[in-house]
Design a binder for this molecule. Structure first.
Ligand code: C5P
Length: 242
C-alpha cells in the first residue's frame, strides 16, 4: 500500500521557497508538513497546489482554543482535504472530543494531538503549575488523547517505545527530531536515526533540514526511505517469529 513514512517539514517563509523544494520531491516517497509560518504566509492556495501535485499534507497548526472554535477550525482544515491535522492535548477532554466530532465520519483526515511541547522542561512545567515529570505528563496526555478517540500523538522518538507499548499498534505516533546517523544535529537536542525511530514504534517521521537542506533532497529522501523500509521489514520478521 502507498503509505510513505517520511513527512518533510516545509519550514519556509513563502510558497515560492516551499514549491522550489517540493518540485524536487516525489509523493511516492514522502508526505509534506505545512506549519504556522508557511500557512500564515501562503494560505489554503498552497495546500491546494501541493495536493494537486499528488502530495498528502499534514497541516501542523496545533489548534488550542475553546471547544467550539477548535471544532470549527478542524472542520475547515478537513475541508481543505489534508491528510492530517493536530490540536494541543492540553486543551482538555471537551476540546479534544469536539475536535474529534468535527471531523466527518469516514473522512480521510487523521486527527492527532501534541502532548507536551518538547521545548518545555521541568522548570517550565512547574512555572505553569503542572505536576509531575515531562514523561508522566506526556503519558497522561497521550492517554487522554486515546480516550477521546483521536488517531494518535506527536512525540519524541525516544518516547515512542513506551507509548507504543501502552496504546497498541493502531495508535499513530508521529516523531520529529530525526537525523541520519552521519547528519548535522542543528538545534535538535534529543535525536534518533530513522531506523531507531521505526524500531521504537514510530508510524511517521517528520524530517526537515536533513532533506530540505540536502544538496540532493530527492536522493536524501530515497536513502532515508530505504533505511526505513529495511527497519520495517526487520520489525515484521520479528513479529512473525512470535
Ligand atoms: O529540520 P528538523 O528536522 O529539525 O525539523 C523538524 C520539524 O518538526 C520542524 O517543523 C519542527 O517544528 C517540528 N517539531 C520538532 N519537535 C517537536 C515538534 C515539532 O522538531 N517536538
Amino acid at each position: 500500500m502507498h503509505d510513505p513514512r517520511i513527512i518533510v517539514a516545509l519550514d519556509f517563509p513563502s510558497a515560492e521557497d516551499a514549491l522550489l523544494l517540493v518540485r524536487k520531491l516525489n509523493p511516492d516517497l514522502c508526505r509534506l508538513k505545512v506549519g504556522k509560518e508557511l500557512f500564515t504566509a501562503a494560505g489554503p492556495q498552497l495546500i491546494e497546489k501541493l495536493t494537486h501535485q499528488g502530495f498528502e499534507v499534514f497541516l501542523d497548526l496545533k489548534f488550542h482554543d475553546i471547544p467550539n472554535t477548535v471544532a470549527s477550525a478542524c472542520k475547515a482544515a478537513a475541508n481543505l482535504g489534508v491528510w492530517m491535522i493536530n490540536v494541543h492535548a492540553l486543551g482538555g477532554r471537551k476540546m479534544l472530543t469536539a475536535a474529534r466530532d468535527a471531523i466527518p465520519q469516514g473522512s480521510a483526515t487523521k486527527l492527532i494531538a501534541v502532548t507536551l511541547l518538547t521545548s518545555m522542561d521541568q522548570s517550565d512545567i512547574t512555572d505553569i503549575g503542572l505536576q509531575g515529570s515531562p514523561e508522566q505528563i506526556v503519558l497522561r496526555l497521550a492517554q487522554l488523547t486515546n480516550d477521546c478517540g483521536l488517531d494518535g500523538v506527536v512525540c519524541s522518538a525516544l518516547e515512542a517505545a513506551q507509548l507504543r507499548q501502552h496504546f497498541g499498534t493502531e495508535f499513530c505516533l508521529v516523531t520529529p527530531g530525526i537525523r541520519p546517523a552521519d547528519g548535522h544535529v542543528n538545534d535538535q537536542k534529543r535525536i534518533t536515526t530513522p531506523q531507531q525511530a521505526i524500531l521504537n514504534g514510530a508510524s511517521y517521521l517528520v524530517i526537515g533540514r536533513p532533506i530540505t537542506q540536502a544538496s540532493d533532497p530527492l536522493l536524501m529522501c530515497q536513502q532515508l526511505n530505504s533505511k526505513i523500509l529495511t527497519a520495517i521489514a526487520g520489525l515484521h520478521l520479528e513479529i512473525g517469529k512470535h
